[in-house]
Design a protein. Structure first.
Length: 233
């Protein structure tokens, strides 16, 4: 992504943002609420149009493509709020995750992998998604995204609204996916946890990229600690 600019009408949301995500890495975008983090993911996935700039994935431009086209290329986006079909069962939500033509033949294997990663979901396979706890719903959202066998998994605020204990489990799960070779682009307000697991990180402030570096380096940076001390846990 190079010099990306996004606006909602006359309101500029992103100003000439540039970043890169290397294959097999966890890249985190951190910043305060309203910094433009969710807008960035929504633009990558084709939900929000870019005003200018460049977004490329596997050598192909994403600008002007429909969201379903971008998903077919192997980009899975788990939005804030999870986007589950609440009246459908856990199994039905998971099966919908494999709707892409390239994912359908592998549905059985993908289900087995999802159950191995999320044994709690297997116990609730016939339960409606809306009846799950917040942590279980987030697990289901991630598991459904993995059903498409994505090349990159984009997570928007996966820890939002979860208890501290469940947050720890959620970040451990993200690390496990990373260990299995999944490339992850993570947007997160929980800066301490996000930087702990990040290979590389970018700091977004009111629509502008203001810092970048290795996750561990930014976590130890006095500027980050001072600016986001209220977010650290």
């Amino acid at each position: 992504m190079t010099d990306l600019a996004v606006a909602y009408g006359d309101v500029q949301a992103l100003w000439n943002v540039s970043l890169h995500v290397d294959a097999g890495k966890i890249v985190t975008i951190v910043g305060a609420n309203g910094a433009g983090k969710s807008t960035l993911l929504r633009t990558i996935s084709g939900i929000v149009p870019a005003r200018s700039g460049r977004i490329a994935f596997a050598g192909e431009s994403l600008l002007g493509r429909r969201a379903e086209e971008i998903a077919r290329l192997g980009i899975a986006h788990i939005p804030e709020g999870r986007g589950l079909f609440r009246q459908m069962t856990v199994r039905e939500n998971l099966e919908l995750g494999a709707f892409q033509p390239r994912a359908r033949p592998q549905m059985k294997r993908s289900l087995e992998r999802a159950y191995a990663l999320f044994p709690r979901l297997k116990e609730r396979i016939d339960q409606k998604a809306g009846s799950l706890s917040g942590g279980e719903q987030q697990m289901l959202a991630i598991a459904r995204a993995t059903m498409s066998d994505p090349q990159i998994l984009m997570l928007d605020e996966p820890s939002l609204g979860l208890s501290p204990l469940v947050v720890q489990s959620m970040f451990a799960l993200i690390s496990t996916l990373h260990e299995q070779g999944v490339t992850i682009l993570l947007v997160e307000q929980n800066i301490h946890q996000a930087l702990k697991i990040a290979d590389y990180a970018f700091v977004l402030n009111t629509g502008e990229m203001v810092m970048q570096g290795a996750g561990a380096d930014l976590l130890a940076d006095p500027q980050i600690q001072k600016a986001y001390m209220g977010v650290l846990e």
